[in-house]
Design a protein around this ligand. Sequence first.
Ligand code: PLP
Length: 325
Amino acid sequence: METDKKSLAYFKGNFVPIEDANINIMNHSFMYGTAVFEGIRAYWNANEEELYVFRLREHFERMVDSMKIMYLETKYSVDELCNITVELLRRNAPTTDTYIRPAAYKTAHRVGPSLDNNPSDICMFTVPFGDYFHGAEGLKVQISSWRRVEDNAIPARAKIVGAYANTALAKTDAVMAGFDECIVLSENGHVSEGSAMNIFMVKRGQLITTPTTENILEGITRGSIMELAEEELGMSTVSRTIDRSELYTADELFFCGTGAQIAPIIEIDKRKVGNGRAGSVSNQIKDTYISICRGEKQKYHKWLTPVNGTAAKKSEAKAEATSKR
Ligand SMILES: Cc1ncc(COP(=O)(O)O)c(C=O)c1O
């Protein structure tokens, strides 16, 4: 996931070469982790030569919520942030799946953690982005010995840069112990989420996920799955507290998130999940989700922002040709 040197970033109100988008070492957010960010995906549809951004508006609505918690202010509305993203993508013109990383950060150069009297700005870059788990059929995970940051310590519902030290510790220890990923528990011992993704469990035909009060990031993928599982599979999701040992006896488990997409879990703490292979509900949700993201399901185009406007351009050209006849 390297940036192309010719790629542009949005920085200090302008589109500039990524190499020129640099922050001073005295920057407050760099020193204290006080920035907030989003992770957004855009999917390339080669047949249509269209790049579809998935749930762009919802990501910026969440970023504005995160900003509120951290006393970050912006002169941009959600619509303007969406427009900046589309313009950046038009200028970078990727023809591959792409990750978009906007952030809101504190701009003060000073020593001292306080968020007040500390101006804010927005920045954004894009990078090519394939599979988070490099095409693994199913993940082998462990329950992390690290606990999720509590709402009264660093609120997990805000995507705060500093909170990702928690993610980094949990993920690194899992990988160094030979696992693909981990599941983190809240201090109360209940299941929270993956290192940077939400979790769903299937038990006796019921789809269950952890509640928003369990120190999770309220995932946009999580919400989308709840909707599509109901619409496409006729399965409504129960959002409730999950005990660790329930995971050991689940029929299916899968992670979901912008980066992870839908990632079935096949082993947890050396115990097989179900029969040790990705389950049918997980697979159906995964396939449906990906085809929605790629613009293959008209019904869900409401979730997508087309960057190139290829379909609109084609129908305009067709209308013009017809009117000339
Ligand atoms: C901690 C955490 N939980 C959950 C998610 C999933 O959220 P979303 O589906 O909005 O990407 C992410 C990913 O960004 C995350 O970082």
